[in-house]
Design a binder for this molecule. Structure first.
Ligand SMILES: NC(=O)c1ccc[n+]([C@@H]2O[C@H](COP(=O)([O-])OP(=O)(O)OC[C@H]3O[C@@H](n4cnc5c(N)ncnc54)[C@H](O)[C@@H]3O)[C@@H](O)[C@H]2O)c1
Length: 339
């Protein structure tokens, strides 16, 4: 562990997809970890035994007190309403989690004497139809969804808390994260959905012509970026992606090959208004976090499909993924590449 690394870390949303990978990474470094996650969209994967879990809503009474009592040296804030379609249907509900809970957590972090605050933002949602690909961080944000607008608003609060309270804040703008434990139901990302379909005997499906491109980053690499961000002093916003644009059709065909699927791939209508291409410039992450994505997409897809297959063999599905959870995660695809 680096001498600058914090020891006591709070991870919100630590039971979710990116959260579980992040918590495992931090636990392997020997950190003392508290997870706050109300379980509404938990991955169902077990957290390491030494990790404490508080099952509370960040907007609920008592959440701030838990943060203050734990006195984290650093916070990784992953808890969010992640559904883009859902944010369109219920922008106020989205803002309640993605903005209001974030502001409350920022306030609690100052009260707790926390020094470092890492926020999970979204490169795909914040830039909108970016004029430049791969997109650098200094591009004027132009979100197209309430989800993207909420992420941008939260980044605004991060800046304010940095200026006014001296909190060291950093927004990591993830691209399309994929990997083991991602939810493959509802409107999740194309990788998770395709794995799910292949394993349940349904033909893989491509929305639109399949030539739309996304920047697919493996979740293990994202967990590593989170760990490096804790140790670094960089502030502001940093893209976390590969800089490589891959077509959705390439992803689906590669997964079909890995699954030894011989049947046809079906094409269905794309979603109106979807961004055609996204890819994030990665130089700032390399310079300020000494981080770059290491997992080639073929390896990442193989690991993901293998994990999904093992999990399918371990059915029944985790109880935490009930109908309410399915509703909560609707729309993940817009940011995860299936849109
Ligand atoms: N997955 C991606 O491709 C992607 C891309 C860009 C940004 N992000 C961001 O990264 C973060 C993690 O994403 P993920 O894919 O792991 O999502 P996820 O839905 O799997 O995990 C989020 C976790 O937060 C918890 N949660 C939600 N609202 C809560 C609340 N009010 N109080 C307590 N816990 C709450 C859920 O139960 C869940 O376990 C989110 O902030 C998301 O917006 C994800």
């Amino acid at each position: 562990m680096s001498p600058t690394a914090p020891h006591r870390v709070l991870v919100t949303g630590g039971a979710g997809f990116i959260g579980v990978h992040t918590v495992n990474r931090l636990a392997a470094e020997g950190l003392e970890i508290l997870v706050i996650d109300d379980g509404r969209h938990a991955s169902g994967e077990r957290l390491p035994p030494a990790v404490r879990l508080e099952t509370v809503d960040l907007n609920g009474a008592g959440a701030a007190e838990i943060v203050v009592r734990f006195r984290p040296e650093a916070i990784i804030h992953l808890a969010a309403q992640g559904g883009v379609s859902r944010s369109v249907r219920d922008p106020a509900g989205d803002a309640l989690v993605n903005v209001v809970a974030t502001v409350a957590l920022l306030r609690a972090s100052v009260d707790a004497g926390c020094r470092r605050f890492i926020f999970a933002s979204s490169g795909g949602a914040i830039y909108g139809r970016a004029p430049r690909l791969p997109t650098p961080e200094n591009t004027t944000p132009a979100p197209l969804s309430p989800y993207g607008a909420a992420k941008l608003a939260a980044e605004g609060y991060l800046g304010m808390f940095a200026r006014t309270f001296g909190l060291s804040t950093l927004a990591l703008r993830y691209s399309n994260v994929y990997g083991p434990y991602q939810d493959g139901t509802g409107e999740a990302g194309v990788v998770a959905i395709t794995c799910d379909r292949l394993l349940s005997g349904r033909p893989p499906e491509i929305r639109g012509d399949g030539q739309q491109t996304r920047d697919f980053v493996f979740v293990g690499d994202v967990a590593d970026a989170n760990w490096r961000a804790l140790q670094a002093s960089a502030r502001g916003a940093i893209n976390v992606g590969t800089g490589v644009a891959t077509t959705v059709q390439t992803i689906v065909e590669e997964l079909a090959r890995i699954a030894a699927y011989q049947g046809a791939i079906s094409f269905v209508d794309g979603r109106p208004g979807e961004v055609r291409d996204t890819a994030l410039q990665t130089g700032r992450a390399a310079k300020l976090l000494n981080w770059s994505a290491r997992t080639p997409v073929r390896d990442g897809l193989t690991q993901t499909f293998t994990s999904f297959r093992e999990r399918a063999g371990r059915a029944p599905a985790p109880a935490s993924r009930g109908p309410a959870a399915a509703e909560a995660r609707e729309g993940h695809g817009s940011r995860a590449g299936s849109e």
